[in-house]
Design a protein around this ligand. Structure first.
Ligand SMILES: NC(=O)c1ccc[n+]([C@@H]2O[C@H](COP(=O)([O-])OP(=O)(O)OC[C@H]3O[C@@H](n4cnc5c(N)ncnc54)[C@H](OP(=O)(O)O)[C@@H]3O)[C@@H](O)[C@H]2O)c1
Length: 287
């Protein structure tokens, strides 16, 4: 029996593998990746590599073994993810894995924004498969914001069409620790966790955190959805992705990413990483 992490060369997957390495011997961990070269560092540390592409079902045939505990990290190709995830779920079912954990989105079946559609459908397919499952319904990564500080610092403004909506974000590392816990611990089968930060913040508060960390005046400028879409596309964001971002902000305005169930801090046994700390680290890294 192994613990298999898909998307192990991605930002979340790398952190999950680090968390696993701190808990179990490397020989028990498998990284399922599509690019062997990118995973060379993991192989050097004793992690077994299996090569497969979600888009090529034949490559998934040997990806899993009976009894494996599997983390399916959702794919990054929006619009392709239902057939991709279906192929992984079918391969896991055929192999007889002991657990399929899936990184979905906060709210699960109740998440009513475009980016959630493929997650909802994937959860449905997992349930239909009959596999022993754990749903990790991840809220927003704080890094969705802190990785894009350059324009905020350059213009002294945080732009959003989320109005006064709040985001209970957490650091990717927090979500990674939760994933490692459900893959190594007991009592997580048949459970759905609503994972999010302990504190939901507004964009006014986010701007204040960036101002405090950078020593620069930073203001929140709420925009209409139309104005935000224009800013994003003018900045070179492809229109379909800009529309998704605007739709996410509308979901934030409706409170869809503000839930603070406490599931994440309970699973990881510590408070989630505060916004102020993530912002301070990102500002120093950008200096
Ligand atoms: N909660 C949030 O705020 C949030 C934000 C962004 C994304 N997400 C979701 O969470 C997932 C993980 O986040 P992340 O930050 O780790 O994203 P990421 O860095 O883009 O990682 C995505 C991973 O999926 C792998 N992948 C994509 N398409 C694949 C395919 N066809 N076959 C096999 N592997 C494939 C990538 O492989 P390579 O390493 O070879 O590219 C990568 O390892 C994302 O994919 C997305 O579904 C959540």
């Amino acid at each position: 029996m192994s613990i298999v992490v898909t998307g192990a060369t991605g930002s979340l997957g790398r952190l999950v593998v680090e968390e696993l390495l701190a808990r179990v011997p490397a020989s028990e961990i498998v990284a399922l990746v599509r690019d062997k070269e990118k995973a060379a560092g993991l192989a050097a540390r004793g992690v077994e590599l299996r090569i497969a592409d979600y888009s090529e079902p034949a490559t998934l045939a040997g990806a899993f073994r009976a009894g494996d505990r599997v983390l399916l990290i959702s794919g990054s190709e929006v619009g392709q993810r239902v057939p991709q995830h279906t192929a992984v779920i079918e391969a896991a079912k055929a192999a007889g894995v002991a657990q399929l954990a899936y990184t979905g989105v906060l709210g699960g079946p109740d998440a009513d924004f475009a980016l959630a559609d493929e997650h909802r459908e994937t959860e449905r397919i997992v349930l239909e498969s009959g596999l022993p499952y754990t749903f990790l319904r991840n809220g927003w990564y704080t890094e969705n914001y802190t990785a894009n500080l350059a324009p905020v610092l350059a213009h002294g403004a945080v732009l959003s069409n989320a109005g006064e909506g709040r985001v209970a974000s957490a650091a990717r590392a927090d979500y990674a620790a939760a994933a490692a816990e459900v893959l190594t611990g007991e009592g997580h089968l048949g459970r759905a966790y609503e994972l999010s930060g302990d504190v939901a913040w507004s964009f006014t508060e986010y701007a204040a955190e960036v101002a405090a960390a950078s020593g620069k005046p930073i203001a929140y400028r709420p925009l209409t959805p139309e104005a935000h879409l224009a800013v994003l596309t003018d900045a070179g964001v492809p229109a379909p992705f800009a529309e998704i971002l605007v739709d996410v902000d509308l979901a934030i305005a409706r409170g869809r990413l503000a839930g603070t169930s406490g599931d994440l801090s309970r699973l990881i046994g510590r408070p989630t990483t505060p916004l102020s700390l993530s912002v301070r680290e990102a500002v120093s890294a950008s200096a």
